[in-house]
Ligand binder design. Structure first.
Ligand SMILES: Cc1ncc(COP(=O)(O)O)c(C=O)c1O
Length: 452
């Protein structure tokens, strides 16, 4: 049937009205269930508020200092050489395979076992899509980095949160220790994977040192590490329950003091059931370049690669070239990265402690401090805030408005229903991946706000 062509101005207006965009609520009805299940990111929300108020941003975990010059030069050279098209730089996989051997004594085939992705975020999402079916259960430790749950929901899986704080010592949560009973009871016949982004604690690992197992990838938001016993429990449970371990190792080179990163894939029987995801983002201060990877048993890597190709085709070409330079950085680069971060961590811990926060866990890795507000906090008396009115947002908003410093409400890292909102709302995450100037300015603002 042919459409009538409007002949006069009145008719044209009517036709336009008929073609008008449908009402917003009708469009909302078109949204998928999965997209509706995702909450807005509190980190983004706070960052926008910080921007509007001109506050110093200690909320987001991106470095505000320059990337290493040799890595930037490699990116510039790649653009000058017109490496502008879809690209797979096999050299990255070759270098990663060498590093797996050197750092973890693990043999991976560079031709089949690595997938170059757009950051750890895409590597993780593609891993979940490659392995999780609707109804599968995935164990996540709580608190956790916010994107894990979202990816699992998008894949139709069910994230099961292990609220360590509630289980272990409910009135004294700062150590975030794994409760083995609760962990073991969380497995069901449908458990497909455990997501790991925590570390192995070297203080408790006597025998592990001898076997060269040092520490497992640091945790966002707490900066904590696993004890040897905890990690072994997780590995044993994965083997016993025939589950995958999906790891996020973006802080593999940002471990402090005596801690050295270890992947759970290095533990006996774990290589064949572990998918490692990581990236250049944090190690080389290039979170916007979007270069990451997944490393997995061949069949799983192949599935991840298929998904990656269907979704994004390839990671940015010039930055893949720069990754070659980055991954060939000399050992001094990695040691000075750690030393700089230790200094930044200690500076921020000192300031936070002196203005009234409690830092129970000195981060052993990562770029975050998960600080607790004391009842007598000089900045805000949280006990007066009602959980029903989202005190975690209120407190952080107040911090932005009064002190001019942005941080992330700790509540944003806890998932699902929680029985003790008030306690979880007492945590605030501060990022210390910031220049000395930024940290000094934050120091001055926070101190002058509380008169210290
Ligand atoms: C634990 C953790 N994993 C992954 C990411 C994101 O990594 P990428 O930039 O490689 O996607 C972040 C960023 O803050 C993080 O803290």
């Amino acid at each position: 049937m042919s459409r009538a062509i409007p002949s006069g101005p009145g008719q044209a207006a009517n036709a336009q009205a008929r073609l008008k965009a449908p009402a917003i609520d009708k469009m909302e009805a078109k949204l998928s269930k999965a997209s509706r299940a995702l909450n807005a990111s509190p980190i983004q929300e706070i960052s926008h508020l910080a921007q509007r108020c001109g506050a110093i941003n200690l909320a987001e975990g991106f470095p505000d200092f320059p990337a290493p010059p040799q890595v930037k030069h490699a990116a510039v050279a790649a653009i000058a050489a017109d490496l502008n098209q879809y690209r797979h730089v096999q050299g990255i996989c070759d270098l990663l395979a060498v590093k797996m051997k050197q750092n973890h004594v693990l043999d991976f085939d560079p031709l089949t076992d690595f997938v170059i992705c757009c950051g750890q975020s895409e590597a993780f999402a593609a891993t979940i899509l490659a392995t999780i079916d609707q109804g599968d259960e995935v164990l996540i430790f709580d608190p956790a980095y916010e994107t894990y749950e979202s990816c699992i929901i998008l894949a139709g899986g069910i994230p099961l949160e292990l609220r360590i704080s509630q289980v272990y010592v409910p009135l004294d949560p700062p150590y975030w220790t794994l409760n083995v009973d609760k962990f073991m009871r969380s497995f069901t016949g449908r458990t497909k994977a455990v997501v790991l982004n925590r570390s192995l604690n070297e203080e408790k690992i006597g025998c592990i040192k001898e076997t060269n197992y040092n520490s497992y990838s640091p945790h966002n938001p707490t900066g904590k590490v696993f004890s040897k016993e905890e990690l072994e429990v997780i590995a044993a449970a994965c083997c016993q329950m025939d589950c995958l371990a999906i790891t996020d190792e973006v802080y593999e080179y940002i471990t402090f003091d005596t801690h050295k990163h270890l992947s759970i894939a290095s533990l006996p029987m774990m290589k064949e059931r572990t998918i490692i995801t990581s990236s250049l983002s944090k190690t080389f201060s290039v979170t916007g370049w979007r270069i990451g990877w997944a490393c997995a048993p061949t069949a799983i890597a192949s599935a991840i690669r298929n998904i990656h190709i269907k979704i994004t085709d390839s990671a940015p070409a010039p930055f893949q070239e720069a990754a070659l330079a980055a991954l060939q950085s000399p050992p001094e680069y990695f040691s000075s990265l750690k030393a700089d971060y230790v200094a930044r961590r200690d500076f921020l811990i000192k300031m936070l402690s002196e203005v009234g926060f409690q830092v129970h866990n000195k981060p052993q890795g990562s770029v975050f401090i998960f600080a607790e507000l004391p009842k007598t906090c000089l900045l805000c008396d949280v006990s007066e805030l009602s959980p029903a009115t989202f005190p975690f947002i209120d407190f952080v908003k107040e911090l932005i408005e009064k002190a001019g410093v942005a941080a992330v409400p700790g509540r944003g890292f806890f998932h699902g229903d929680c029985n003790d909102l008030t306690q979880q709302s007492r945590y605030v995450r501060f990022a210390f991946c910031k220049s000395n100037d930024t940290l000094s300015a934050a120091d001055q603002k926070m101190r002058s706000c509380v008169g210290k």
